[in-house]
Design a protein around this ligand. Structure first.
Ligand SMILES: Cc1cc2nc3c(=O)[nH]c(=O)nc-3n(C[C@H](O)[C@H](O)[C@H](O)COP(=O)(O)OP(=O)(O)OC[C@H]3O[C@@H](n4cnc5c(N)ncnc54)[C@H](O)[C@@H]3O)c2cc1C
Length: 472
């Protein structure tokens, strides 16, 4: 037995995937410590608690977690029902974290600030794989671990508004006008939106959710105005598959949004790139650029940045990571989830082999493992941690026997509006949807594969920037 074997495995984050990892570790008899920055299980999910997910309960419960919960007399929810984020926490994640098998091992208020190898910086190789991980918390506390399963998600690191991936000019100066994705428009945040003009930026399902809530608010509160800005030339992908969508809740969301836009209750701006933001008389003025280089100014009271999320790998900066330069996922996983290649498509089952980094014993799993790809589902994360934990237990046969049982999507090419948009920007759209093993959550709604209007630089000649996203 090595010194490492006496140490626990550290799990970062008590969200759906971190807690699932803890459940699998418990079943394998491996000691673990779950480090959660928030004060409760599912701290990130709670922040979008008012949103109803579009995958039913049957895909949202980890099998190992279910076995332990069942053993404790847990009454499962209706497996066909669609929970809200709050229900996901209240009916599943919190009861799971409260189980005597897990509760003593979950530390709340424990934000991981940095991970390294005890006594070895990133350059040192000798003895690395037999050296404990050193985990430093924000309060200065440190602990040692045999391995690290990083399930810290991406919720805390949203994308910026600026179209170039850098903050738009002035973006950091107008923070008080900006809303994180998915504010509770009809609940706790109502006063910030009622009777005011809100600009929603983004083409994904989080944008769609917020727009529908704002449209509902506008019906009851005069003076509530809603503008929706997308970078693409068409909202077809946000509208989705309608009645043909394999996840009916997702299809219905898009159809309702389209009805509001068609009726003029939501003003739609297409081909829109945020260029600069300036506070103006208690409001915020947004300079936008169009594909033809023209500029326009929109003045709003609030801006909802529903532009997706990106992973924060900085806590693992002293570890040896091998990241795909585009996606920010491992190189092995990136092509399987790349929304530039797969407009909606399928995610094949994957596990420890696709998630491994050159740093032995460190695995990013869950939402974080997908980097910037918007195709993550809890069900794929549950299979990831089953596989990773099996490998950490030395059961390589189980670790490599990865499987997923998810509904077929069939949505990408089933929507006539989508077809009308033509080929994907980096090549022809696939002739037929491959047999589906997974499906896109659509948080970014296929944004990356829809044709974009490129904005012009000041010095660039006008008229030369209307190419697709692969244009130079
Ligand atoms: C609005 C919305 C709807 C979605 N709908 C679906 C759906 O229908 N079906 C589906 O399968 N998926 C859906 N997803 C995608 C995904 O399954 C969820 O985001 C899910 O919560 C991801 O789980 P996770 O455990 O990877 O990350 P998270 O749920 O984000 O959990 C990460 C946890 O880590 C903690 N943490 C973060 N940083 C640190 C740190 N440095 N130290 C310690 N703790 C830290 C956070 O507080 C958080 O509790 C949806 C996502 C969103 C945002």
């Amino acid at each position: 037995m090595s010194a490492l074997d006496s140490l626990p495995i550290a799990v970062i984050g008590a969200g759906p995937i971190g807690l699932a990892a803890a459940a699998h570790l418990h079943e394998r008899g491996i000691a673990c410590t779950v480090l959660e920055a928030g004060e409760t299980a599912g701290a990130a999910v709670r922040q979008w608690g008012h949103v109803r997910v579009f995958s039913p309960w049957r895909y949202n419960i980890d099998p190992a977690a279910r076995r332990i919960l069942d053993g404790a007399g847990w009454v499962a929810p209706d497996l066909e029902a669609l929970p809200t984020g709050a229900e996901l926490v209240g009916e599943y994640l919190r009861p799971l974290a409260e189980l005597p098998q897990l509760k003593p091992y979950v530390r709340y208020g424990a934000r991981v600030e940095a991970i390294g190898r005890l006594g070895l910086d990133r350059l040192r190789t000798a003895g690395r794989d037999s050296t404990p991980f050193l985990i430093r918390l924000a309060d200065g506390d440190e602990l040692l671990a045999r391995a690290v399963i990083d399930a810290s998600g991406t919720w805390a690191t949203p994308n910026v508004l600026g179209a170039s991936g850098l903050p738009a000019r002035g973006e950091t100066n107008v923070a008080s006008f900006l809303e994180h994705a998915l504010p509770d428009v009809l609940g706790a945040a109502r006063d910030r939106f009622a009777g005011r003009h809100t600009l929603v930026v983004g083409a994904g399902h989080s944008a769609a959710n917020t727009l529908l809530s704002l449209a509902e608010l506008a019906e009851s509160t005069p003076g509530t105005e809603v503008t929706w800005a997308i970078r693409t030339a068409s909202p077809a992908r946000t509208y989705g598959g309608g009645d043909a969508d394999a996840l009916p809740a997702r299809g219905a969301l898009g159809s309702r949004l389209r009805a509001h836009v068609d009726a003029g209750r939501i003003r739609l701006l297409t081909g829109f790139s945020v260029h600069a933001l300036t506070p103006t008389d208690g409001r915020v003025s947004v300079v936008v650029r169009h594909g033809d280089g023209g500029e326009e100014s929109v003045t709003a009271d609030r801006i909802v940045a529903a532009t997706g999320f990106r992973p924060d790998h900085s806590i693992a900066a002293e570890l040896r990571l091998d990241l795909d330069p585009i996606m920010g996922a491992t190189r092995a996983l990136a092509p399987l989830i790349d929304p530039n290649e797969h407009s909606c498509g399928t995610v094949p089952p994957h596990g420890v082999d696709e998630l491994a980094h050159p740093e032995p014993g460190y695995y990013a799993v869950g939402m974080k493992s997908y980097g910037r790809a918007p195709t993550f589902l809890m069900a794929t994360g549950y299979e990831q941690v089953r596989s990773v934990v099996a490998a950490l237990a030395g059961d390589w046969a189980a670790a490599r026997d990865v499987q997923l049982d998810l509904p077929e999507t069939g949505v990408c090419n089933s929507n006539p509006a989508d077809s009308a948009a033509g080929d994907s920007c980096c090549g022809p759209a696939p002739a037929a949807e491959p047999t589906a093993r997974g499906l896109a959550t659509g948080i970014s709604g296929g944004l990356l594969s829809a044709p974009l209007n490129l904005i012009a630089l000041d010095a660039a000649p006008t008229g030369g920037q209307a190419g697709g996203c692969c244009g130079s």
